[in-house]
Design a protein around this ligand. Sequence first.
Ligand SMILES: [Zn+2]
Length: 258
Amino acid sequence: MNISPSPWTPTTYPIPGSNPAPLETPQFDTPVLNRKKRGVADKDALWPQHSTIRVSLLGMTEEQKNFTKKQICKWAPHINLCIQFTDRPDGHIRIKADNNIIGGYSDIGKDSASDEEASMVVGFRDGLNAFAGGTITHEFGHALGLRHEHQHPDTNLDFNPKLIHERAVKSIPDVTLEEVKVNVIGKLPRDTVITSPYDRNSIMHYKFSKEELNGGEPVPEINELSEKDIKFISSLYPKVYCPPCRRSGFGFFPPPTV
Ligand SMILES: [Zn+2]
């Protein structure tokens, strides 16, 4: 597998006003900014179809491991990849717990396998709550190759960059407004991504308050896969595909019921 390195892609913000961490407590420990409406995937980051992906769970208690597995297994029934969990540190995807942060970050898709460091960090500072669960599900979406839904080329969100930047600096004190404009809310170039119609209920979509948007409805915190998330990931890693048969009346067979 020809794999090229990619920058870290930190993803989640702390929930504004909800027990924010002190500034010296990093929400992200990564320098580059980079949670997705119905679907945006990186064209070059998908794992080989039907491959087996080993996932290392590092620095976790047994309770944290079981919690993490449960979130990842929300994706597993909808893809053709075989997910194997391991305590060894040499998995294709290496997930490290950080009990001092909330939120997390992840490499995108098969870029996760490009080095030996953790490819994903997830925060358990506030325990095994819904947000921590949503974060893991979101980050694993990145690890499958998904990008942020709010950066979908067809999004119609009118962002207030200044307020979004103010939120971002609570996580990354030295992040600039320009970096936020490009890496957090900038639309992804259409020719670099695979898309399906924009989905504001996607697990890969950030939460945005009314004030962070110049009009329109606020986007709530999403902690579960949407129906469109499931359809999109199923299209990227289809479980069963039979080429059309030449005999008329036969060809595509429905996938087995999960
Ligand atoms: Zn993200």
